[in-house]
Design a binder for this molecule. Structure first.
Ligand SMILES: Cc1cc2nc3c(=O)[nH]c(=O)nc-3n(C[C@H](O)[C@H](O)[C@H](O)COP(=O)(O)O)c2cc1C
Length: 150
């Protein structure tokens, strides 16, 4: 199953590092969301889409990606890293993916440290080894899905 994991990650690279852990298990290609061109997607059976959460939202580049890219009949999984451990506008992301004709086969949330002006929320040190292990288990589970569009 040819897979690409597409992510938007900021300075701390939390989402990028989780994406890389998943990519290792899946043998997936990795790409920054801003580097993906529509013609690149045709060869992939599975697309992972990840973002940090900023001001309670997925990065706007993720929405732009969903709007512009040819995603019909693609298997997609979504993931995020966030200070709250939540993916707040997940429903909107799922609606937009569904409207594009995707089958969303998995979701993964991970805590990600955020230290504004030296202040640490309780996610200090995350993603940690347990988080990376959970990401690997999640990715391995995707390989065994029988709900994949083929
Ligand atoms: C500018 C900024 C705003 C953030 N706002 C939120 C937020 O509203 N809710 C939340 O849970 N986490 C928030 N965070 C924490 C990030 O979601 C978390 O650190 C995430 O792991 C960042 O991923 P990245 O390193 O891949 O960019 C914010 C982080 C930054 C830098």
């Amino acid at each position: 199953m040819k897979t690409i994991i597409i992510y938007r990650s900021g300075r701390s690279m939390n989402t990028q590092r989780i994406a890389a852990a998943m990519a290792e298990v899946l043998g997936a290609d990795l790409a920054k969301v801003e580097d993906v061109k529509p013609e690149m997607l045709a060869k992939y059976d599975l697309i992972g889409l990840g973002s940090g959460i900023y001001a309670s939202k997925v990065h706007r580049k993720i929405f732009k990606f969903i709007k512009k890219m040819p995603l019909k009949d693609k298997n997609v999984f979504i993931f995020c890293t966030s200070g709250s451990g939540e993916f707040k506008n997940k429903t909107l992301v799922l609606e937009k993916l569904s409207a594009k004709g995707c089958s969303v086969i998995g979701e993964f949330n991970c805590p990600g440290e955020f230290s504004p002006l030296g202040f640490n929320f309780d996610k200090k040190g995350h993603p940690d080894e347990q988080d990376f292990a959970a990401a690997r288990v999640f990715a391995a589970g995707l390989l065994n899905k029988d709900s994949l569009i083929s």
